[in-house]
Design a protein around this ligand. Structure first.
Ligand code: MIG
Length: 799
C-alpha cells in the first residue's frame, strides 16, 4: 500500500491539451485530448470549485462535508476564449486555464496572482485498488505562509511541513506527530498580505506538503477519489474562514451550560464517587455544570446499558445531580459487543446494520467490550436506528449530553489500529471501501448521535462531543483533542490545536485540561486551567491511572487559582455566548490566532502562543514552570492589562509580569465586556443587572452582546437580544450608543457600567439627551454607574 506518495513520480500522468469546452449555468467543462474533464463551478464570486475526472465522465457528486444550505450565486460571470487560454471572470477573481495543459492561475481584479498551478493536476493510476492517486501542485512564493488543517500538533504556520490526514487513535501523541484524530483538509495561504483558502474535499487519506519537498511548491494529494477542491478568495483571512465555514456548515447554539466548566475522569464510579466529586465542587465553590461518565458506567462496556451494581438507579441519580445543577454526559463508543443476549447487538444483526468485509463476513474487531461489530454509520437507515437508541438515556433517564469516543474508528491489538481497508460502507448510497469511508466514519457516528440526542432532548438543545471528525462535523458536534499528556509541551500543543481548530471551522473544541495521560504537577494543572477557561470547550479529563485530577487533588493554592479562573469564565459567559453566536451567524472563529487578528502585520505570521478570545480579549498562556512573566507580542492597537488596568500600545513584543494566579490577559481599548455574576452553574442565580466593563478609548469601538433563553429553540423565532454598543471617547467626553435587536426581554433591568481608564473627572451625565441627577462623587469613587437597560444614548462629559 502506498502510504507516503512521492509528489513527482515517473509514472505520473498529466492532462493533455484542451480540445473543447462547454458552459452550463454556473459550471464550465473543459475536455482534454486524453479524456480528462475539468469542471469549474462558480459557487460564489469568491468561491470556485475545481473538479477533475480522468475517465471521460464524472461519478455521482456526493460530499458529507458540504452543507446543503451553503450560500451560492454570483454577481458577475464572463467566460472568454483567447488564443492560448480560457478566462473565467467573476466580480472578485479571474481564472486563466491554459489550453495546452489545463494549468490554472487565479488572479484578483488588479492582476495580482493569488494562486498558480505548478504541475497542476496530475495523477498516478492505482493498479491495486483501481482509480487514481490524485495530485495537485501549486507554485509558492518565498514569504508565503500556511495555516489551518484542524488538529495538527505543530507550529501555527505550516510552512515547511508535510502533513497527513488519516483519522487515528493517537494515544499520548507527541509534538509534530502525524496523523491525529481529525481530518480537516482545508488550509489558508497568506501571501503579500492577501489570504486565500483551499478545501480539498476528499475523504481518502490525504497529504499536504507546504514547501517541504520543494521550496517553492505546495502540493496536496489523495490515495483515491477525485481531485476536487474549492478555491476561496480572501483577501482577508476572515473572509476565507467565513466562506469555508459557510460552505461546510455551522452548528446550532449549544445550551449555555455546555459553555460552563465540565469535569471528567476515566472513570467516576460508583454513584457515591460521582456524588462525592460533585459535592466537593459545591463545597469548594468552584463552578461546574457537567459531570461525565466514562465507559465503566456500562454493563460490560455494552453501549446503552448500565452497570447496576455501580449505578442501581441511574434515573434517580441523574435527577439528583440535576437538582444540584449538574448535567450528566455519558460516553458512547461505536463498537457493539458480540453477545447474543444483548438487544442492541441482536437488533443490528437482524437488520444487517454492521459493517462487512469485502468477501461477506461482518467486520470484527476488539475494543473495550471484547470482540465487537461496528454499525455502518454511513448508511442513513443505520443512523436513524442509532438515533432511536438514545430514547431511554435521554428521555427517560435524563442524560443531557453524549460523548462519542473511539470513532476514528479505533481497533485494539491490530497493527493499523483501525478497520481493514477492504471493509465495505454504504456511504449514503455510494458504496465504497474503508479507504474512502475511514475519515468520515466518526463524523457520521456523531451525526447519528446528534440526531438522536436532539430528538429526545427537545425542546431543549442537545450536546454532543466527538474525538474523530472530518470537515463539516461542526454542524453536529463539539470535539476534544484526544489523549494528550500531562507535560508542558502538551500545554503548548493544546493552545495551538484549539486555535487551529477554530480557524478550521470547528471552533467548539477544547483539550483534556491537565493532560489525559500521566499526572500534572499542581503548577502545570494551574497553568492549564488558566488557558482552558479561554477555550470554547472547557473540561478537565484524565485517564485516572496516575491519581486524581480534580482541582483539590493538588494544594489549596491550586484550588484557589482554579476557582478564580473558573469564576472568570462564568462571569464571561455572555461574552463567550456572543462569540458563539458570531461563529454560527457569520462564521467568525471564536479564537483568533494573531495572524488572523492582524494579517497585515508580518510580525504575527509566525506567532503561536497569543490569541484573541472573541473579538476583544487578548490571551497568552504561561507555558513554562516557575514563570514570573513572559515575553509576548501584543498586536497593534491599545490594550488594557486585565489585572492592572494599565494601558499599553501594541505592535511590539514586550515582557509582561504575571503572578502564579495570573496569565497575560489584555482587553482592547474601547471594548464593552459583558459579565454575569459568578454562579455555581448556569441558571443558578437570578440577577437584576448585567455588568458591562467599559474600557475607555479615545476613538471608536463597537461591541456586541448576544443573549437568549440559554436553552431551547425560541431564539430561532427571533426571541433573542442582540445589543450593539458603540463607544466613542473624546478628550472630555464618553458617548455610548446602544442599539437593540431581537424579541427577547432579558430578565435583568439594569446595567452596571464599570468605567475603566476614564481619563477625566465627570462633570455631568446625560441619558437620551437629558441630564440625570446622580451622585457623581459616588460614581467617581466607585468607578461605576448603574443605568436602566432601556437607554439609547449615554453621554458623559468630563471636566
Ligand atoms: O482506549 O473511554 O480519548 O477520553 O477516557 C481508551 C476511555 C478509550 C479514550 C478517550 C478517553 C477516554 C478513554 N478512551
Amino acid at each position: 500500500m502506498i502510504t507516503n506518495t512521492e509528489l513527482e513520480f515517473k509514472g505520473d500522468l498529466y492532462p493533455s491539451k484542451i480540445v473543447s469546452f462547454e458552459h452550463d449555468v454556473d459550471s464550465v467543462f473543459f475536455h482534454s485530448d486524453n479524456s480528462v474533464i475539468l469542471k469549474v463551478t462558480i459557487v460564489r464570486d469568491s468561491l470556485i470549485r475545481f473538479r477533475y475526472t480522468t475517465k471521460g465522465y464524472f461519478s455521482n457528486d456526493f460530499s458529507y462535508a458540504i452543507d446543503k444550505s451553503h450560500s451560492h450565486g454570483y454577481n458577475f460571470l464572463e467566460i472568454t476564449e483567447e488564443l492560448e487560454f480560457y478566462k473565467i471572470q467573476t466580480s472578485k477573481v479571474k481564472c486563466i486555464i491554459q489550453k495546452i495543459d489545463m494549468r490554472i492561475s487565479i488572479f484578483d481584479l488588479n492582476d495580482n496572482v493569488l494562486l498558480e498551478d505548478e504541475l497542476g493536476f496530475h495523477w498516478e493510476e492505482s493498479y491495486e485498488f483501481g482509480g487514481n492517486i490524485v495530485k495537485m501542485s501549486k507554485a509558492s512564493k518565498d514569504g508565503e505562509c500556511f495555516y489551518g488543517l484542524g488538529d495538527k500538533a505543530t507550529q501555527m504556520n505550516l510552512k515547511g511541513k508535510r502533513l497527513e490526514n488519516f483519522a487515528t487513535d493517537q494515544y499520548a501523541f507527541q509534538k509534530d506527530q502525524e496523523p491525529l484524530y481529525k481530518v480537516v483538509p482545508f488550509y489558508i495561504g497568506l501571501q503579500h498580505k492577501q489570504a486565500y483558502g483551499i478545501f480539498f474535499d476528499n475523504t481518502f487519506r490525504t497529504f499536504f506538503d507546504f514547501c517541504h519537498e520543494r521550496r517553492n511548491v505546495t502540493s496536496f494529494w489523495a490515495e483515491g477519489g477525485e481531485m476536487n477542491y474549492y478555491f476561496i478568495h480572501g483577501p482577508q483571512m476572515e473572509d476565507v474562514v467565513a466562506s469555508y465555514t459557510d460552505l461546510t456548515g455551522k452548528p446550532e447554539l449549544p445550551p449555555l451550560w455546555a459553555l460552563g466548566y465540565h469535569q471528567c475522569k476515566w472513570s467516576y464510579f460508583p454513584e457515591s464517587n460521582v456524588k462525592e466529586v460533585t459535592a466537593k465542587f459545591r463545597e469548594l465553590k468552584i463552578p461546574c455544570d457537567a459531570i461525565y461518565l466514562d465507559i465503566d458506567y456500562m454493563d460490560g462496556f455494552r453501549c446503552f446499558t448500565w452497570n447496576k451494581e455501580y449505578f442501581p438507579d441511574p434515573k434517580r441519580m441523574v435527577a439528583e445531580l440535576a437538582e444540584d445543577g449538574f448535567k450528566t454526559v455519558v460516553i458512547i463508543d461505536p463498537g457493539i459487543k458480540i453477545d447474543k443476549e444483548y438487544s442492541v447487538y441482536k437488533e443490528a444483526l437482524e437488520k444487517d446494520y454492521f459493517c462487512k468485509r469485502a468477501d461477506g463476513p461482518y467486520m470484527k474487531g476488539k475494543v473495550w467490550p471484547g470482540e465487537c461489530n461496528f454499525p455502518d454509520y454511513t448508511n442513513p437507515e443505520v443512523r436513524e436506528w442509532w438515533a432511536g437508541l438514545f430514547k431511554e438515556l435521554i428521555s427517560d433517564i435524563g442524560v443531557k449530553g453524549v460523548w462519542n469516543d473511539m470513532n476514528e474508528p479505533a481497533v485494539m491489538e491490530v497493527p493499523n489500529k483501525t478497520f481493514p481497508m477492504d471493509v465495505r460502507h454504504d456511504y449514503d448510497g455510494n458504496p465504497c471501501s474503508h479507504r474512502k469511508a475511514h475519515n468520515i466514519y466518526g463524523t457520521q457516528m456523531a451525526r447519528a448521535t446528534y440526531h438522536g440526542v436532539k430528538r429526545f432532548a427537545y425542546p431543549k438543545r442537545p450536546f454532543i462531543i466527538t474525538r474523530s471528525a472530518y470537515a463539516g462535523a461542526q454542524r453536529y458536534t463539539s470535539s476534544w483533542t484526544g489523549d494528550n499528556v500531562a507535560t508542558w509541551e502538551h500545554l503548548w500543543i493544546a493552545n495551538i490545536q484549539v486555535q487551529r481548530m477554530s480557524i478550521s471551522g470547528m471552533g467548539f473544541t477544547g483539550s483534556d485540561i491537565g493532560g489525559f495521560a500521566e499526572q500534572p504537577s499542581g503548577e502545570l494543572f494551574t497553568r492549564w486551567i488558566q488557558l482552558g477557561v479561554f477555550h470554547p470547550f472547557c473540561r478537565t479529563h484524565s485517564s485516572g491511572d496516575h491519581g486524581d485530577q480534580e482541582p483539590w487533588a493538588f494544594d489549596e493554592e491550586v484550588v484557589d487559582i482554579t476557582r478564580k479562573f473558573v469564576n472568570l469564565r462564568y462571569q464571561l459567559l455572555p461574552y463567550l455566548y456572543t462569540m458563539f453566536w458570531q461563529y454560527i451567524e457569520e462564521g467568525i472563529p471564536m479564537l483568533k490566532p494573531l495572524v488572523y487578528f492582524d494579517q497585515a502585520d508580518t510580525q504575527t505570521h509566525y506567532r503561536n502562543d497569543e490569541f484573541v478570545f472573541g473579538n476583544q480579549i487578548l490571551v497568552c498562556p504561561i507555558l513554562e514552570p516557575n514563570a514570573i512573566g513572559r515575553r509576548m507580542y501584543v498586536p497593534r492597537g491599545q490594550w488594557y492589562n486585565y489585572w492592572t488596568n494599565s494601558l499599553v500600545n501594541g505592535g511590539k513584543e514586550m515582557w509582561v509580569d504575571t503572578k502564579y494566579d495570573e496569565i497575560p490577559v489584555f482587553v482592547k481599548a474601547g471594548a464593552v465586556i459583558p459579565k454575569y455574576p459568578v454562579q455555581q452553574y448556569v441558571g443558578e442565580l437570578e440577577f437584576d443587572e448585567l455588568t458591562l466593563d467599559l474600557y475607555y478609548k479615545e476613538g471608536k469601538e463597537k461591541s456586541v452582546v448576544y443573549e437568549d433563553a440559554q436553552d431551547g429553540y425560541d431564539y430561532k423565532k427571533g426571541r433573542y437580544s442582540f445589543l450593539t454598543f458603540q463607544v466613542t471617547g473624546k478628550e472630555l467626553e464618553l458617548n455610548i450608543q446602544l442599539h437593540k435587536e431581537g424579541k427577547y426581554d432579558t430578565p435583568y433591568s439594569m446595567y452596571k457600567i464599570n468605567l475603566i481608564g476614564l481619563p477625566f473627572k465627570i462633570k455631568s451625565i446625560e441619558i437620551d439627551n437629558e441630564e440625570v441627577a446622580v451622585d457623581i462623587e459616588a460614581i467617581e469613587r466607585d468607578n461605576y454607574l448603574i443605568v436602566d437597560k432601556e437607554f439609547n444614548v449615554l453621554h458623559i462629559t468630563g471636566k
